[in-house]
Write a protein that binds this ligand. Sequence first.
Ligand code: SF4
Ligand code: SF4
Length: 642
Amino acid sequence: MSRKKTLLAIILGLAVAVAVPLSLRLLPHQPHTHVIDLTAKKYGYEPGRIVVKKGDTVVLRPTSMDVTHGFLLDGYDLEAVIKQQGLAYLKYTWTDDEGQLHTDWDKVREIEFIADRSGKFTFRCNQTCGNLHPFMTGELIVQHNTPYHLAVSLSVWLTLSLLLWFGTGSVSHPPGSRRINLLEAIPLLKRAVKARSFQFLVILPNLVFFYLFVLSALWGSPVGNRNIAIIFVWILWWALLNTVFLPLGGRIWCLICPLPAPGEWLARKTITAVRYLEKPVRGLHHHFLGLNKDWPTRLGNIWLQNALFLVLISFGIILLTRPVATAILFLVILAATLGLSLVFRGRAFCLYLCPVGGFLSTYSMAACTELRAVDPEVCKEHKEKCCLVGGEDGWGCPWGQYLGKMDRNNYCGLCTECIKSCPKDNVGIFLRPFGSDQKLKGFDEVFNVLIMLMAALIFTITMLGPWSGIKQAANVTESRQLLPFFIYLGAVMSLAIVIFPSIFLLASKAAQRLAGGKVSWREVAYRAAYIFIPVGIFVWIAFSLPQVMINYSYIFSVISDPLGLGWDLFGTANYPFKPFYPETIPAIQGVLVLVGLFFGLTRGFSSFSDLLSGRSERVRAMIVPSLLALVVVNVFLRLYMG
Ligand code: SF4
Ligand code: SF4
């Protein structure tokens, strides 16, 4: 099909994709009244999902089976406190003769409202009721759920349109060729990163906060949403990492991460200076405190990081809600980095063990920045290779990278040492298009991408879903029930390392066959997996951003009372819980997931360009992985919007 006809077909397809969900709204409906007995119990509601049609009357008869719970319905300005034995207090507002607004509570047995807004709306507990309180939610679906239907139909349209568009030859080149060297464009930045004290100065504030958080996690409030460590680490930092640091700066977090810094300083026996040896010791112009060993070659991959990340997600809900578990995790990591720095040279922990480092590595491939040699030819000519082995002005790369050959972000911790050590001034930090590094190089990396995607799915189901049974199963330290926990663990592991990887590998095999079968299946799998990096990044943003929109008020509370000791340092300790436009969350999540699908498919397609020379082979190779991505995206759309 010519490019013009393809474009016409795509535009017509868009019209159909929009018209079909909108036309569903026109179907006639006779309003009904739904009387629902709503029980609230740690940590969920029964029923957890209420489905009605627009215009229906909903009568809830709430009761609590244990402690006092809240009921705050997004988008409906409906708030109640649910007590035991069918008693509830409904919030209402009224205006006095002077026009002043007052709030009061009405003792009620029923909460009645008309479902006059269509879409998905979450109702959540707003009375701190226990460890998993922030995740106690239910869902009201008011049909026709047009935003959801629209997102589903757009996802199908997008996938089919892109496959058609790929066939026209309009998307073929890796986008990484357009780059701006920030060190040239911003001389002040260059002066700053060249300073020996640069990394220390950017780590220092984090280090101070880190110890404060550890103290607070150990001795502060045991309630997660009242503890600064939980709120700042698992809500704010996690959201910032996924929405800002990673997509924009790749591994920039590793530049400022406080965890490995003390070990590195100890091994170097200095904080900012360079200890340069004229005569190299086993390839490096430095000698470190301790055994100075090299990491075993056969463990030089990210399999261990994958395994440790799986352990982390298995206990995710406990880490997110128990300050003491977070403190223990931090202290274990600190001890590991200190111990390893005295045994191995360089950042062994960061490269091979840090569970966060694993996904930072693969996801940083898509980041909008990269640190690279300005001219790799200059590196070839430069015999000393100071960036790798060390120079008088900078340490040899602690991450074992040689700039002349570094063509991906994966294993560069952006420590800026090579910028200082390179006597040829041949290192730049470049701004580049999203999704520029496109070569996964091993199944350890492929599995990392797949595990990360499944982790987003598991977290979404466990923490954001209305299924209290799953939350209870994961919450083993409180429920003390081992069998449900082991079943949960089994499901997590099978999904992340057996079920989804098997489906993916079968899809890759089919892609290889459709592409003509001449190239290796392994190489096809490496490229098909790339699709799930942008998809993964955007579903993680869709998971993390709403956490801040919902829970931001806790940030103000814990700033005033960091140790949960009843302080009110800035007058914000009792900042009211008021989610920020929560009714917009499903739409925001839907858009993010669709953006991820777009980048996943377009970048995935161009990643095939070095493997398959023919355009039609590339398109055929993309069909099955694209359909798999479409299914995955629709699972997330269902969870976020449906
Ligand atoms: S790899 Fe992990 S420990 Fe190392 S700097 Fe990055 S986040 Fe920190
Ligand atoms: S390549 Fe340069 S910035 Fe990256 S880790 Fe190595 S020395 Fe640090």
